[in-house]
Design a protein around this ligand. Sequence first.
Ligand code: IMP
Length: 193
Amino acid sequence: MKVKKIVFATGNHNKLKEIKSAINSFEIIGLKDLGITDEIPETENTLKKNALQKAKYIYNKTGLDCFSDDTGLEIEALNYRPGVYSAMYAGADCNAENNILKVLQELEEYTNRKAQFKTVIALILQGKEYFFDGVVSGVILKEKSGKDGFGYDPIFRPIGYEESFAEMTIDQKNEISHRGMAVKKLLHFLAIV
Ligand code: IMP
């Protein structure tokens, strides 16, 4: 089976931009292209279950092959928080700014600043479910650095690099990132299925 078009079930335009830039072997359809503006539920307690919940929501609504991702920032000194709760870490009306602030404040007393980003992609293809994951290790910086990227990118510096994710181009980030890694596995699967 040759996949030509697939829906990426996300309301996050930054993620859509990253994924579109990483994939050129088939067409990625965004939810906007389908006129879908729903707030997609993401109420589960693991990345895998959340990713599947989002993909299923769109599959049930459209019947189209689709995938979704869920991502968490796991910080060693904070017992791997915020993890699956990364999106709402600073509370109900949080945003990237106050999520970052909360992490920086909580980490103030620690010297261990090791962290990792983890992504799980859930794919629903002709009604069947498949999963792909990606992890990147790094450290949490003491302050924000860089203007690109989104979410926690300005405070995350991957191991072996001098720049934060927010100081990298989309292509550089995709090359080494959690999502980039999971997408490579997805692409490999779609090429052989
Ligand atoms: P979700 O996967 O959309 O639930 O994202 C969880 C949280 O992690 C949100 O606050 C996102 O902004 C953030 N996030 C997801 N992916 C990335 C990334 O690649 N870099 C930085 N933050 C991210």
